[in-house]
Design a protein around this ligand. Sequence first.
Ligand code: AHM
Ligand code: MG
Length: 367
Amino acid sequence: VFDEVCDTTGVTLKRFMSEVAMLNPELDEIKVLFGAIETACKAITNLVKRSQLPSSETLGFQGNINVQGEQQKKLDVITNNLLKRALRFTGRLGVLASEEEDAPVSIPGAPYSAGATKDVLIDAGTRYCAVFDPLDGSSNVDAGIPTGTIIGIYEFDETCEIDFSSLGSEDSEDQEALCLANTLQPGNNLVAAAYCLYSSSTFLVLTLGAGTFGFTLDENLGEFVLSHPNIKIPEESAIYSFNEANFNYWDEPLKATVRNWKAGTGASGKQFSSRYIGSMVGDVHRTLMYGGVFGYPGDEKNPNGKLRLVYEGAPMSFIVEQAGGISTTGTERVMDLIPELVHERTPVFMGSRNDVQEIIDGYAAWQ
Ligand code: AHM
Ligand code: MG
């Protein structure tokens, strides 16, 4: 199906999604969501680019501390509102969770009236749940370093333990429980994931569960154009991408693997290079293009590392796996993890099959 779409050149994201939806009618509503994501990402491109101009006044901190104890930047707040609004007005979304929202939020207008069963939500077209990080790596933005947006799309979970029939639109506790249950799904349930990288070009990379496809924003056209059909990550490479200042706190098997890579005594015998932007989307995009391993390990100080499972780890893992790569915590596949908290963190290592396998083998021998 995707091959047919990609047979031709000069395919815009709109046309790609239309052809995909024509061949897969069940994806028709996803097409609408991607329309909103596309517009939001174009708007964020402009915001990030213009942020350096003296008149823009969008750099720096907002003055709020979010529920994770982090200072929100002005652009975190602006881009969160932008994406929220874009997705909400598709009419296809019931719930969303964002790095910049303390708790999941329901979309006003979704039919959570008493007796709203899952079927009612589906009939009303609000069957989807979006999780996102609107501006990942925003600490970098003041220095003009690449940033990104990460998005995952779930359907309402069939096995969600909430009794939909007991939900009353007035009852905020029920609403909260519904939102929460539907945003805490494992990556395995993702129906789509995408990231947008704001860099030398703006890239939108997505998967609908059948390969990974990359689009580049043609600013003259104002359209994302398919530039990287069916991305395949190299099976092995010689690049690692970690915040190595944390080396002393890492687990022994990771230290040993990285020591081998530096010395050229790893499985491939290659001497590795180190590349680290400090913006997950940029580091993962390079890993997709050139291969290697991007990771944010757990360590002695932060046993689960830094990256959030729901809206960073899981969607990026889906994209990497669909490009033929692996994503693991070291001991478990990230896509298998069932989140318990919206903002919970997880260690991640993702990238080229053979290189990530070396880390997995190291952990297996250690335990
Ligand atoms: P953020 O969501 O607050 O922007 O943090 C996530 C970012 C990732 O993009 C990146 O991989 C990581 O933080 C870098 O962390 P560190 O500065 O500890 O290396
Ligand atoms: Mg983030």
